[in-house]
Write a protein that binds this ligand. Structure first.
Ligand code: 9D3
Length: 230
């Protein structure tokens, strides 16, 4: 997979993308990630990338020109699906991530300020994605969240743990409680059953706990399972 990310804050990305699993995925050649500074595409002599909204109102709106030109230049090298990260987009779910993880090449556009000129969403982006119903200061963190969830789905990035069966289960039930050593931490004990070595019992305990937690904390997920959603 190739990812091109267009942003006015290119420095924000290295702390996330150059560490841990995403770093390893890049080194293994599973994903190529290119960060593009939007300012280098502006035709404005002061390198401006935003302006006041037509019709008035507070805040600034990002200009269409540098974004259109950046995408055009990137697409000259290879065709790609263009995604605008914005609060009005389709909410990112594991299902959306799986669909996008099948794309060979994505261009991610990070908005900032009060928003992006509507013509970007209407005439340039193939789709718009939000990461949830809360207000951020820009699309950079959402682009990193999307990148993270896509990269871990690419074949060969995680181990064989990453099977589709396992993932569809994981997507709709919360995980069972996990413990590691010591078995007694300052008087707080690990359930005896987990120390028993009886894997049949352990497995059914985990299933029961996962279901119990999901009922308590995320009943919406159980309704989804009943409807056959993934
Ligand atoms: C004035 C109305 N605001 C919309 C709720 C304007 C606005 C707020 C924040 C416009 C852009 C932003 C910056 N956020 C994003 O670009 C963004 C975002 C988000 O704020 N929440 C969840 N997902 C995303 S994806 C991009």
């Amino acid at each position: 997979m190739r990812l091109d990310i267009i942003t006015i804050f290119p420095k924000m990305f290295s702390a996330v993308l150059d560490e841990s699993i995403i770093k390893r995925a890049q080194l293994k050649g599973k994903v190529k990630i290119y960060i593009h500074d939007l300012r280098s595409y502006t035709s404005d002599k002061h390198r401006k990338v935003d302006d006041r909204p037509f019709g008035g109102g507070s805040g600034m709106v990002m200009n269409a020109q540098p974004i259109f030109d950046a995408v055009k230049k990137i697409k000259r090298e290879a065709r790609a699906r263009v995604i605008l990260l914005c609060p009005q987009g389709e909410k990112l779910t594991q299902k959306v991530a799986k669909r996008l993880s099948l794309c060979k090449h994505l261009i991610l556009i990070c908005g900032h300020y009060e928003g992006v000129d509507e013509r970007v969403g209407e005439h340039l982006a193939d789709e718009e994605i939000s990461i949830g119903d809360y207000v951020l200061t820009g699309g950079e963190l959402p682009a990193m969240v999307l990148t993270d969830t896509l990269v871990r789905l690419l074949p060969g990035v995680l181990g064989d743990k990453n099977s589709l069966n396992f993932e569809s289960f994981e997507g709709n039930l919360l995980e069972y409680p996990q413990y590691t050593r010591p078995a007694d931490f300052r008087g707080l004990k690990v359930p005896d059953l987990l120390l028993s070595g009886d894997h049949t019992k352990i497995s059914s305990w985990r299933q029961k706990e996962a279901l119990k937690r999901t009922k308590e904390r995320r009943p919406d997920l159980l309704r989804k399972i009943k409807k056959g959603d993934k």
